[in-house]
Design a protein around this ligand. Structure first.
Ligand code: OGA
Ligand code: MN
Length: 304
């Protein structure tokens, strides 16, 4: 009977471990992992630490079958780090929400007024809020309503982009800074209070190192942010355009990317310090509603 009790204890321990420990499965050779056995509500510290470590390792994490109210999402958000929503209050024409930490990404209109941002068109490759001096660390999207097709979100590993860069291209990046234009958002919409600009030299925005050292992993990543009006400091515009085009062509190569086809209840979190993302357009007559969180980050720097 002693044996039986031991066996019973072992098997209940195993059941406990398999039902509570997050497990990670890679989603592509480049980046991304699906995390099973986690509901993002009321997590203990150990599970949060495991998720944070997994995010640093994989760049993007997918959690399926979630059902999260705004308050639950916000609790999880605060457990993960410092939420950043100060800039969201000013988003054009959106009605203030009860929970201002949660931004709505949507094409849906209510009484003619958009309930969220980014519409239904393609969202071009970018890293969130690179047009600020201190861009975001992580962003999260939670799928609440989805179109029957389209609206996939794709990711690209900027670690891999840097590691595989042809030598003659990499050699041009030493000490280089790029200006990240703040005039347009990733859907190409003019930001409030700014004027149209086509000259990269005149465009407003912060300078960031084109290679940044990730503050937590210590690895270097290519940091391009966004293409429109990007400008390589100190170069004649034509030369800057040629260099930046070459960098973008390399950075968005299929080898480094992975696209996610959304299901209701999916949560994706990504690390803007080493990953870029884009979104496919979708049928304007369909509805897509995503709830979004974003976390404060550091000023991009490069270690010597
Ligand atoms: C974002 C974003 C893409 C999408 O929320 O930062 O780029 O799939 N969204 O809606
Ligand atoms: Mn984005």
């Amino acid at each position: 009977t002693l044996m039986d009790t031991d066996a019973a204890n072992r098997s209940s321990t195993q059941t406990m471990l398999t039902s509570t420990a997050p497990s990670f499965s890679a989603l592509s050779p480049a980046l991304g992992a699906r995390v099973d056995n986690v509901h993002l509500d009321a997590l203990d510290d150990a599970t949060i630490k495991t998720i944070q470590a997994g995010l640093l390792e994989h760049g993007v994490l997918l959690f399926r079958n979630q059902s999260l109210s705004d308050p639950q999402l916000i609790v999880f958000g605060r457990q993960m780090g410092e939420l950043d929503y100060s800039t969201l209050a000013a988003v054009d024409g959106l009605k203030p929400r009860e929970h201002q930490e949660v931004l709505i990404i949507s094409n849906v209109k209510d009484g003619g007024q958009p309930i969220g941002v980014l519409g239904d068109a393609e969202v071009v490759w970018h890293s969130d809020n690179s047009y600020r001096e201190t861009p975001l660390s992580y962003s999260l999207l939670y799928a609440v309503e989805l179109p029957p097709s389209g609206g996939e979100t794709c990711f690209s590993s900027m670690y891999l982009a840097l590691q595989t860069m042809p030598h003659e291209l990499k050699a041009q990046l030493d000490g280089l800074e790029i200006k990240h234009d703040m005039t347009y958002n990733s859907a190409g919409v003019l930001r409030r209070g700014l004027e149209h600009v086509t000259d990269p030299v005149a465009a407003p925005g912060p300078w960031h190192p084109v290679v940044r050292t990730h503050p937590e992993t210590g690895h270097d990543a290519l940091y391009l942010g966004r293409r429109p009006n990007a400008y390589a400091r100190g170069l004649p515009v034509e030369q800057s355009e040629v260099l930046i085009d070459a960098l973008w062509k390399h950075a968005t190569d299929e080898r480094f990317t992975w696209c996610h086809e959304w299901q209701l209840g999916d949560v994706l979190i990504w690390d803007n310090r080493c990953v870029m993302h884009r979104r496919n357009g979708f049928d304007p007559a369909a509805r897509r509603v995503m709830h979004r969180l974003q976390w404060a980050g550091d000023r991009p720097t490069r270690d010597a």
